[in-house]
Write a protein of this length. Structure first.
Length: 278
């Protein structure tokens, strides 16, 4: 049996997402046979996955059947997974709407970092076929991996402002170069991998200040303020930790490219909305 608070929470979240869908006119974009779950329901289910820290679609399907049977018209498990994967492109639009809201209320200080997203274990690279068109090999601080890379910009409160998925061999500075075109009047804090004189000049053009950690071979002295700002980089690591360890962003279970991409979208959407309404 659902508790009254759980029911009210689900209804409130569904109403909020349904209103946002209506505002963005997403429901009108969906054509064809009416699915068992509409977009607002799929988005609510995605948020429930994050709220209960469910790592797999199977675990989520069982949770919905046990606790929320009366709230959703669940199809078969196979159809459920298919519907959730198909809804990802519309949920991505919702995600971008929440990111825009986060950017409007973000402060001056912005943190940028990236994290590897292996699609399989290293000893399975030669046999892995699903993500072969997109995945590449690269090296991180933890060693070699095969997969993608997630680039992320956040504020000091753990709100995600920008996300970008790339192949593993794309450099961090190339992404920062694009980010600097989108922000202004900000202090951007990054690690030593983002060090670049050209990026410093580009940041200044938009009235930004780029603060990066110093490499061992650099003779420049960091000020006390620089050190305080650089110590804030751990807040991005906290976001990566939640996405990976609690919400299972890093996975090798999907059996299609669409399955991988939709999984990433649902996980990040769940984090962003959960953070926004908490």
């Amino acid at each position: 049996m659902n508790t009254l608070s759980e029911i009210n929470s689900v209804v409130e979240v569904f109403t909020m997402l349904d209103d946002l869908n209506a505002l963005l006119k997403l429901n009108k974009q969906i054509s064809g046979r009416k699915p068992s779950l509409n977009l607002s329901e799929a988005a609510t289910i995605s948020l429930l996955k994050a709220r209960y820290n469910i790592q797999t679609w199977k675990g989520l399907y069982q949770l919905l059947g046990d606790k929320f049977r009366g709230d959703f018209n669940l199809p078969s498990y196979k159809s459920f997974v298919l519907l959730m994967n198909q809804s990802a492109k519309y949920i991505l639009v919702l995600l971008n709407a929440f990111l825009q809201i986060n950017r409007k209320k973000s402060g001056v200080i912005k943190l940028i970092d990236s994290t590897p997203l292996p699609v399989c274990r290293n000893y399975n690279i030669s046999r892995h076929k699903t993500m072969r068109p997109l995945a590449t090999r690269s090296r991180s601080t933890k060693g070699w991996f095969y997969g993608l890379k997630l680039h992320l910009v956040s504020d000091l409160n753990g709100n995600i402002l920008y996300i970008k998925f790339t192949t593993a061999n794309v450099g961090d500075r190339a992404i920062l170069d694009k980010v600097l075109d989108k922000i202004k009047d900000s202090i951007v804090v990054a690690d030593a991998g983002y060090c670049s004189k050209s990026l410093d000049h580009k940041a200044n053009k938009n009235h930004n200040i780029l603060i990066t950690a110093l490499r061992k071979n650099m003779k420049k002295m960091a000020s006390y303020l620089d050190i305080c700002l650089l110590n804030l980089r751990s807040r991005v690591e906290v976001i990566f930790s939640i996405l990976k360890e609690r919400l299972n962003l890093e996975t090798s279970l999907p059996r299609s490219i669409n399955g991988y991409i939709s999984h990433y979208i649902h996980v990040i959407f769940g984090y962003v909305v959960k953070k926004a309404i908490s």
